[in-house]
Design a protein around this ligand. Structure first.
Ligand code: PXL
Length: 275
């Protein structure tokens, strides 16, 4: 059996069940060698904690890349999540050029916004740089807020298929080859994912849980990458990732005060079963 090697580039939030502390265990559990490039180390994530520490590793990124180049190390897929600056985005482009195998899958989660707003660390310059990175992606995985920022569209909480068609067309016009748009809800008690792959569009709809959790975007993207690299279509990977994320939210809701992340660990066996 081929043994694919994935590189994921994002920060380590030591506490918070997001970014690398989610991507590494989930993709590894999918049976895939998972290499990491930490772009920063934070004591916690930035959503809800105050006074967190931040060690910027931006200038390590080209050094790490140059070592890998010398060693001839290459990857079957590269997946990026939360990135801290436009400079990091530039370095990611260099790393993709230097280390992606010829048919590698480049998966970009433009983790920068939710609920109509950019995360505090980001501005219009960052959004522009992220547009450029998405243009080089085989798969982009934005939520609706991120899709709106990437396409200069108006953010809406109520919409119809025509609005979603427009967002997807504009994401494709940016240069992304395939699109997985998350959190698309056409009815109050349902939500889902719109998947556009190889010219075909399909919607996977599932129940909408009343409680959201921080970090579920990272859980979703990591499970998607695991399933995609294991050979699933984007639609199947999108569906598997959605079912797994729902399960994580349900497990998390069993405890009242687990506010900072989602308990993805107990649900891992269910993800693996689906693969
Ligand atoms: O889950 C996205 C994420 C990742 N890393 C850091 C964050 C966030 C979202 O707030 O703050 C540091």
């Amino acid at each position: 059996m081929s043994y694919p090697k994935v590189l994921t580039i994002q920060d380590i939030s030591c506490i918070g069940q997001c970014s690398l502390t989610v991507a590494l265990p989930i993709i590894s559990a999918c049976g895939i060698e998972t290499c990491v490039l930490p772009s920063a180390v934070l004591s916690t994530h930035t959503a809800g904690f105050s006074g967190y520490t931040f060690a910027d590793l931006t200038e390590e990124m080209p050094k790490i890349m140059n070592h890998w180049k010398k060693e001839g190390i290459t990857f079957d897929a590269i997946y990026t999540g939360y990135l801290g600056s436009t400079k990091q985005i530039d370095y990611v482009k260099d790393i993709v050029r230097a280390t992606a195998k010829a048919n590698a899958k480049i998966i970009i989660d433009p983790a920068m916004a939710d609920n109509g707003k950019l995360y505090p660390a980001f501005d219009a310059e960052f959004v522009n740089a992220m547009k450029g990175l998405c243009a080089e992606a085989d798969y982009v995985l934005p939520n609706i807020t991120e899709a709106c920022f990437l396409t200069d569209s108006e953010y809406k909480t109520e919409y119809d298929k025509a609005y979603i068609d427009d967002l997807i067309s504009k994401l494709l016009a940016l240069g992304a080859t395939n699109v997985v748009l998350t959190g698309v809800s056409y009815q109050t008690d349902k939500t889902g994912v719109e998947v556009y792959e190889n010219g075909k569009r399909a919607y996977y709809e599932h129940e909408k849980l009343p409680n959201g959790c921080h970090g579920t975007g990272d859980i979703y993207a990591s499970a998607f990458v695991g399933a995609l690299v294991r050979g699933k279509s984007a639609y199947d990977a999108g569906k598997i990732a959605a079912d797994y994320t729902l399960e994580c939210i349900k497990v998390t809701a069993e405890e009242d005060n687990h506010w900072y992340g989602a308990k993805f660990e107990p649900a891992l066996p269910k993800l693996i079963e689906k693969l």
